[in-house]
Design a protein around this ligand. Sequence first.
Ligand SMILES: Nc1ncnc2c1ncn2[C@@H]1O[C@H](COP(=O)(O)OP(=O)(O)OP(=O)(O)O)[C@@H](O)[C@H]1O
Ligand SMILES: [Mg+2]
Length: 431
Amino acid sequence: MPAERLFRRQLERATRPDGSIDLDQLRQLVVAWYEDSARDRERTDRAITLMAEELEGANRRLEALVENLRVQNLRFEAALDNMLQGLCLYDRADQLVVVNRRYHEILGLPPGLLQPGISHAEQLSIEQAAGLHAGRDLQEMLEARIALVDAQDGPARAEIFTEDRRRLDVAAQRLPTGGCVVTVMDVTAERAAEARAAAAGRLTSLGEMAAGLAHELKQPLTAIALAAANARRAAERGDTAAALVRLGRIADQAARGGVLIDHLRRFARGGEGADANATADVAAAVDGALTLMGGALREASIELALALSPSLPRVRGDGMALEQVLLNLLANARDALASSRGGPGGRIAITACQTLEGPVVLEVTDDGGGIPASVMDRLFQPFVTTKGPDRGTGLGLSICHGLITSLGGRIEAENGAEGAVFRITLEPAPG
Ligand SMILES: Nc1ncnc2c1ncn2[C@@H]1O[C@H](COP(=O)(O)OP(=O)(O)OP(=O)(O)O)[C@@H](O)[C@H]1O
Ligand SMILES: [Mg+2]
């Protein structure tokens, strides 16, 4: 209430009915009023001080929060920049929110060329101006990317080659909050190491097969020697017809040896150079593996049971790679049989059929007692072996795994009633 009105009220209260003023009462009223308002002021002052302190505290907390955020942000940026993968994060509207240094490095772009805030389409055209995506229709590219990501449950992956022949593994995934994350990884060195390991594995298999091969070649050579001796005798007798029959046999046997050596040569060279659209005949791969390994199995008196469905479709992938996988599995089964019985004998079964859903399932089983529990859950990792360093490299199954996944298939292992079961699932070739 304004001071003047208050004073008037005190004055009214101190005015006697006859209009005179009771000065004493007025003095008391004014003093009480003054004390009241002094207390009010004091309370207000205290409230203001408290509020100021509270505000200062809030300010300090806010500053600490901002500082904390700044440090977190720095850490986040440092982590992003030092990732092995290049990374781009897009929001719901397909705008670039985060891009790291590795992304620029891997794609050979000048540092800082891409900045958050641009759209995905703008990013593609900036990249094209910097020499990427040569000759590509960017709109088409963008639509293909979006369709690919939308069609997948998990990340959509692709391996692409850059102009300078590097191999990049690109993965894109929708985020639950909307938007999407794209990562790029340079896998050139990794793939080269895998190829070297596969080549080393092939040579190891070849070494292992030497004994079996010697046996395999000895048969045609013995037949040739015999037929040559017979042909000479027939010629000496002047029996041209008989000599010609023997010479024909020699030619047949020489051809058989030739097939074997040819096969060996193709195997040693490996499947590299096979194109991504290659298809393979499962039965032919089994046949090829047995051509190289059959002798060694027979020598170890191992019984072989073959059950290949007669109507197998061709599968996606390279026949030589499939053959190499089978050779590794057969060598492992042979080793397991030899060590479990401490001598010859045992049984290996190879079966193949097409499942109702389409894929072809190829199984190699043996009765060698099964895979040791100590290696079961690391079986497909490199250098895992129970054979000792002078006997096994422990690379066989990791190479098999790499080859089968590169064919777009799957390889799994379990222990059956009598021994190991290796199951390979392969996609049928299109068409
Ligand atoms: N059929 C099998 N039965 C039992 N154990 C097996 C069988 N196949 C593989 N294993 C186990 O898995 C391990 C790894 O096999 P892998 O082929 O990768 O290497 P390795 O055979 O030991 O060495 P390398 O292949 O160089 O000769 C083997 O050492 C063995 O213990
Ligand atoms: Mg092996």
